[in-house]
Design a protein around this ligand. Sequence first.
Ligand code: 5GP
Ligand code: ZN
Length: 138
Amino acid sequence: MKKNDCIFCKIAAGEIPSSTIYEDEDVRVILDLGPASQGHALILPKEHYDDVCSLDQTLAAKLLPLAARIGQAMKKGLGCAGFNLVQNNGKAAGQTVFHFHMHVIPRYENGPEMVAWEPCKPTAEELAKTAERIRGAL
Ligand code: 5GP
Ligand code: ZN
């Protein structure tokens, strides 16, 4: 299903132009308009899914190998030294466009630097309790 007011539905369908680097029947991969580094790409399903929780499982299985392929092409084509796969779910997690997408972000030896999180220092007891809360909700 497409969603009427969704910009990524329109981009994925080719109704709004984008710098496309890959397309097939299920996905379009485009360059991000506000890249974190040169070549920052977004993998967009052509169908609308709000986030990873509603993603079709068959499609989901296709996305990680595709992300790896795009990352390899970035290494070969752009000379990046590595790449990050980033996928935000929910406003609190930084999601701003509520059509599932996966970021493929090239990382170069000479930067740019990107913000990493500050590691917390949980006790073994805290880790055990946290793990139990998630296990209990699976
Ligand atoms: P999110 O924060 O939701 O994980 O990522 C949304 C990303 O989409 C951002 O990196 C933003 O720069 C990018 N973006 C938003 N609107 C457009 C657009 O119209 N075209 C393209 N190519 N990228 C967009
Ligand atoms: Zn959409």
